[in-house]
Design a protein around this ligand. Structure first.
Ligand code: TEU
Length: 599
């Protein structure tokens, strides 16, 4: 059954643009992106057709995990600017008719947060219970062991860290420097809500992207995870600590506060392949979150014991269609809402990951993916640089030591330790990070291919200031893939993205709200689907050639379009990667087209 009329909301039709502060734009020449840099680019962002910006953590932090380790929710990381700069950014964003979402990172803090410093100071400290402390276990031979076998999300080590001073372990699902908060304590929860949410809501922020939204409630018996990697002690345990027993109670509490401010929320929902569980978070009736990020698409072809233990493009086109279908079907006949995203700061570039990033194919690939996203139901998220078709950094000219992210560097280091000078294994590890590392999305944005460091610090350079090399090595292709050269080129990826966003917004009934249905699931090269109305009648037919060879395809049958045999089916081409109109039947490599049906 399909819902008759889907509840419409501004944020469902909105396009959200995600900004990674360190890598977006450096205003003062110190080589680190900053808040005034973001403010200086607001007109550019607005010109894309963006309605909301989401800023990754800009809070005070020792930056072990690039700001996802927060030492003070109520202050700004000094190299990014000041509270005053943030207030200006909020004001200027609103002045352009856009809204602002912040990243809400409340599963853990930094170990440098005042709360944790107190908590670890002694067992008697009033904040001891604000984090998760447990005594050791001992093996039969008397060896000290962590309370269970959970593995941390980074590297391959335990999620528990021994504290010599107080002789107990604390839990850190991510880095050692990111201790998990104890959500069982109501006083802790109140402090979290006040400091991380209300502080910013009072300053005019319009919503939050809620980090690791399903990890706050841990199963209180802390059971061991099943052993999938017999070679090591620590085992992946995401399926155990995600979606714990009190999750919905905690989200209910948060929602009481958020509702007072009319704030919107998008939660990050890892380790939740079960659609029924996802629905509990995003059904409108449940009033938990407006929408979530599901990982079906971004996890395609990842290694099972470790995400990097795989080879590039380790999935088929039918599996890709299946992953999209798994997300899209969530709103069919329900009151839930979904998101459309192929990239974020934890992912490699989608052109490299999901299409083809060779010099001759990367522009067409970026446009093809833009068409696909423009036609998928849900709220669309665009990650900085995606709109200019950024690709992964190549192997050539960007060695492993340039990768700075904790996730990729720990993995690479571990492989070097494990395999010594076994060249083949080390090469495999390099290939994996070159394909999947989070670093690819964190490379500084190239604003101008002719300026120093790809124009990352252009304003400072133009003002005659001394400009430092960016914190992370710039993209070897900055000269070829940059904003300035694309702004004036009507055939550029950037121009195409603007058109695709405009098309999506002008036709929201079809693109954003209508139901999605895959056709020809098993085709290995061509991806076809329809958007259909409440009666199962297609309003749009989309055909995308994901191969680098020309392909042919059959026009959709009446049955595929949900029409009776005698009905006429007129197709009108409304968007195309390669321009020009064609009657159909043939597709150039990586060509994509959208037709409206009986418009
Ligand atoms: O990510 C949570 C998460 O599930 C990650 O493990 C993700 O799957 C991984 O980064 C892929 O390599 C969030 C943030 O988005 C991420 O940047 C943080 O590092 C993490 O939380 C800890 O706060």
């Amino acid at each position: 059954m399909t819902v008759i009329s889907r509840d419409k909301k501004w944020w469902k039709e909105a396009v959200v643009y995600q900004i990674y502060p360190a890598s977006f734009c450096d205003s003062n020449g110190d080589g680190v992106g900053d808040l005034p840099g973001i403010t200086s680019k607001l007109d550019y962002i607005a010109s894309l057709g963006v309605d909301v910006i989401w800023i990754c953590p800009m809070y005070d932090s020792p930056q072990v995990d690039m700001g996802y380790d927060i030492s003070n929710y109520e202050d700004i990381y000094a190299p990014y600017g000041t509270l005053q700069d943030m207030e200006t950014l909020i004001k200027e964003t609103h002045a352009r008719g856009m809204k602002m979402m912040l990243d809400l990172v409340i599963n853990h803090t930094s170990d440098q947060h005042a709360w944790f410093k107190e908590s670890r100071s002694s067992k008697e400290n009033p904040k001891r219970d604000w984090y998760i402390w447990k005594p050791a276990r001992y093996s039969e031979t008397g060896e000290r062991l962590p309370p269970n076998n959970w593995r941390s999300n980074f590297g391959v080590g335990s999620a528990w860290e021994w504290d010599e001073t107080t002789q107990e372990y604390y839990l850190h699902l991510f880095a050692t420097e990111q201790p998990d908060l104890n959500w069982e304590n109501p006083e802790t929860r109140d402090a979290i809500y006040q400091s991380s949410m209300e502080f910013w809501l009072k300053r005019g922020v319009d919503g939050f992207r809620v980090d690791t939204v399903n990890m706050y409630s841990k199963p209180q018996d802390y059971p061991d995870a099943p052993v999938v990697d017999p070679n090591t002690f620590a085992q992946p345990a995401g399926m155990i600590y995600c979606n714990g027993p009190r999750m919905h109670e905690f989200l209910g509490e948060m929602n009481d506060i958020l509702a007072k401010y009319g704030a919107i929320t998008v939660g990050e929902l890892p380790n939740t392949p079960d659609t029924g569980k996802v629905l509990q978070y995003v059904s409108a009736e449940a009033k938990q979150l407006d929408m979530v990020f599901q990982f079906d698409i971004t996890e395609l072809g990842l290694g099972t014991t470790h995400r990097f233990e795989t080879v590039p493009h380790n999935y088929t086109l039918p599996q890709f269609k299946g992953a999209i279908d798994a997300v899209q079907k969530l709103i069919r006949g329900t009151d839930a809402w979904i998101t459309v995203f192929f990239e974020n700061h934890d992912q490699p570039r989608s052109v490299s990951r999901l299409a083809n990033d060779s010099v001759e194919n990367r522009v067409a690939s970026a446009k093809l993916l833009a068409v696909l996203q423009a036609c998928l139901s849900g709220t669309q998220y665009v990650y900085q640089g995606q709109e200019i078709g950024c690709v992964n950094v190549p192997k050539e000219g960007y060695p492993p030591e340039n990768y700075l992210d904790i996730d990729s560097s720990l993995f690479y280091k571990m492989m070097v330790e494990r395999h010594g000078d076994n060249k083949e294994e080390i090469e495999k590890a390099f290939t994996a990070i070159q394909h999947l590392a989070r670093d690819h999305s964190r490379v500084p944005i190239a604003w101008n291919g002719n300026a120093k460091f790809g124009g990352f610090s252009e304003a400072a350079e133009n003002a005659g200031k001394e400009v430092k090399e960016p914190w992370m090595k710039t993209h070897p292709f900055s000269g070829e893939i940059n904003v300035a050269s694309q702004l004036t080129d009507k055939d550029s990826v950037l121009s195409f993205w603007k058109d695709a966003i405009k098309f999506r917004k002008e036709n929201a009934n079809i693109t954003v709200y209508a139901d999605y249905r895959t056709l020809r699931e098993n085709d290995q090269n061509v991806y076809t689907f329809v958007k259909e109305n409440a009666n199962g009648v297609a309003t749009a037919f989309v055909v995308l050639n994901f191969s680098t060879e020309p392909q042919s395809y059959a026009s959709p049958s009446n049955e595929e379009l949900g029409l009776s045999r005698s009905q006429d089916a007129k197709l009108a081409q409304v968007l195309s990667t390669h321009g020009g109109k064609s009657v159909g039947g043939a597709l150039a490599p990586l060509e994509g087209k959208v037709y409206f049906v009986n418009p």
